[in-house]
Design a protein around this ligand. Structure first.
Ligand SMILES: [Ca+2]
Length: 155
């Protein structure tokens, strides 16, 4: 999707998504992009192994993983890329489906905005900033590499 902003949904949304399906979206917004899942309701399984959405910081399935999401979220999931691209992959297994998701993306001019980031696997909300830079922990220094930020997440 090559546009400054746009919307996309899981297949069939707001009706239940199909089983045994997979679909990928590549967002190319021309600038750093903020992606928000406003509605998010997927089957919930341990480690998001049944139905899930993966978001990657770049244009392909080998770009760094930002998070794998599943379950029913009452708070929006927000992700900010470090460049113009995000890769979104939606995968479902052979049984049980939910309503799915509705997502919106838009260019963001903010250097590192404050956002609520929901940790994959832990369902734990924390105040964070883009590039996984934790404002509270790390202050206003430059964005760390992903490895470094994973360390920050786990502490
Ligand atoms: Ca399923």
């Amino acid at each position: 999707m090559k546009a400054a902003s746009g919307n996309f949904n899981s297949t069939g949304f707001p009706a239940s998504y199909p089983n045994d399906a997979s679909k990928a979206w590549i967002i190319d917004s021309g600038a750093r992009v903020e992606l928000t899942f406003n509605v998010f309701s997927l089957q919930s399984c341990r480690d998001c192994s049944c139905d899930y959405v993966e978001v990657r910081d770049g244009p392909s399935l080998v770009s760094p993983l930002i998070g794998r999401y599943c379950g029913n979220r009452t708070e929006p999931i927000r992700v900010v890329s470090s460049d113009a691209y995000l890769f979104v992959y939606f995968k479902t297994d052979s049984s049980a489906s939910e309503r799915g998701f509705n997502a919106r993306y838009a260019q963001t001019t903010s250097k590192c905005l404050s956002l609520m980031f929901i940790l994959p696997f832990h369902f734990k909300a924390m105040k964070a900033v883009c590039c996984y830079r934790f404002k509270v922990l790390m202050g206003e220094r430059a964005c760390p590499r992903l490895e470094e930020s994973k360390t920050a997440i786990s502490t």
